[in-house]
Design a protein around this ligand. Sequence first.
Ligand SMILES: Cc1cc2nc3c(=O)[nH]c(=O)nc-3n(C[C@H](O)[C@H](O)[C@H](O)COP(=O)(O)OP(=O)(O)OC[C@H]3O[C@@H](n4cnc5c(N)ncnc54)[C@H](O)[C@@H]3O)c2cc1C
Length: 376
Amino acid sequence: MAQLSETLQADVVILGAGLGGLGAALTLAQGGARVVVLDARAPGEDGFSRGVGLALVGTEEHPHHLAGGLGLERAAEYVEFSRRSVVALGALGAVHPGPTLRIAFGEREEGDLVAGDALGETLGLDRSVWTQDQVAALLGGPAPGAARASKGDLHVDPAASLSALRQAAGAAGVVLRYNAAALAVEDGAEGVVVRAEGLSVRASLLVYAAGWGMVGLEPWLWDKLSPVRTRHMAAAALPGAPRLGATAQYGHLSFSAGADGALRWAGLRWATPHLEVGETDESAPTPAIDARLDAVHARSLAAFGPKVAAWSVIHTHTCDNLPLVGPLPGQPRRALCLGFRDQQGALALESGRALARGILGEDPALPSFLSPSRLV
Ligand SMILES: Cc1cc2nc3c(=O)[nH]c(=O)nc-3n(C[C@H](O)[C@H](O)[C@H](O)COP(=O)(O)OP(=O)(O)OC[C@H]3O[C@@H](n4cnc5c(N)ncnc54)[C@H](O)[C@@H]3O)c2cc1C
C-alpha cells in the first residue's frame, strides 16, 4: 500500500534548525508569519550544538587581519553586527562564567596580539591584556602564550543555547520537524514546494539555512560553498578544573570548559595537507589531527581529565569567508542564510534574525557585504 504523505502549508519554509534557521523562524513567527522548519537530524545535532560555544565579537582573526581584509569601515560594521549576535545568543541564558580569551601560540602570534591592540581599540573591541603568567595561573600549568580578552565575548553552553532557541521558536508557533531531510525543492503555482520523506511543505518563500546540506538542492550554491571538516574532542570533568573559553593559534584551535569543568577542544585542521577542505564524511578517522589535538591536551590543558570522546563536524566556507545572507540572486522566492564557518556560528543567529526582518518588510539592519549578490 502507498505510504500516506502529509502536506503542510506555511508562509515561509526554512531548511535547517541551527542558529540561523531557528533565529529566522522565531523572528518571523513573532512577526505573524506561519513558519515550518525542517531538519535532517535530531534536535541537538546541528553544528553549533556540537561545537565549542565561543561567541566572539568580531572574528577569531586578530583585528588588523580583519581590517586588512575588509577595510576599516566594513570591519567596524562587521564588529557591530557580530556584537548584536553575541548579545542575542547571551540572552538565551546559557552563558558560562569565566573569561573568554584569544591566546597566542608562540612568539610570532604574540606579535600579532600586540599589533592588533591599536586597531582593536579603533574597532571598539575594548580588549584587556592577559600575560602568559596570568594565562598559566588560570590553566594551572604552562601556558602557550599571552592572551587578550575582548569585552562582550561570551562562552556559552552551545547545546543549551540551541535548546532554549528551539523552545522559544516552538512557543511562538513555529512548526519544527526533525529527522525530515529536504530531498527536493520545486516551484509551485504560488510559491515553492519542499519534499521530504512522507512530507511536503507548500510555502510562499523558502530559506536555505542548512549549510553544506543545501548544495544538493540548489545549483547556484555549487561553486559558492566548500565543506570543511573540523575535529572535536571532549575530556572528562576533574574537580577544580578551570572554567574558560578560548581561541588560539589564529583561530585554528579552540577550547572550552564550562560549569562542570569538562573540556571540549577542537580544530587544527591544518594538520592535514588539504586542510580538510572538501571532506564531507564525519565518521572517517583523522589520525594526524587527533595526534595534534592530543598533544595540545597533554602540554597545555593537563589540568583537565582524560579524553573521553572525539567527533568531526562539517562546516561551510565561502570563497571570501563571509556568510551568504539575503535573497538568492534571480530567485525571488528563495533566500540564503548559510556559509558560517568554524568560528562564525554565533553570527548565524543575528543573520537569521536580520533576514527575517527583511522578509517582514522591516529594515534588516544587515551589512550589505553579506549579500549573496556579491558573488554573482
Ligand atoms: C568543531 C566545531 C566547533 C565549533 N565551535 C564554534 C564556536 O565555538 N563558536 C562559533 O561561533 N561557531 C563554532 N563552530 C561553527 C558553527 O558550528 C557553525 O558556524 C554553525 O553551526 C552554523 O550554523 P547554521 O545554522 O548555519 O548551520 P548548522 O548548525 O550546521 O545547522 C544546519 C542544520 O541543517 C540540517 N540539514 C542538513 N541538510 C539538511 C536537509 N537536506 N534538509 C533539512 N535540514 C538539513 C542539519 O541537520 C543541521 O541541523 C564550530 C564548528 C565546528 C565544526
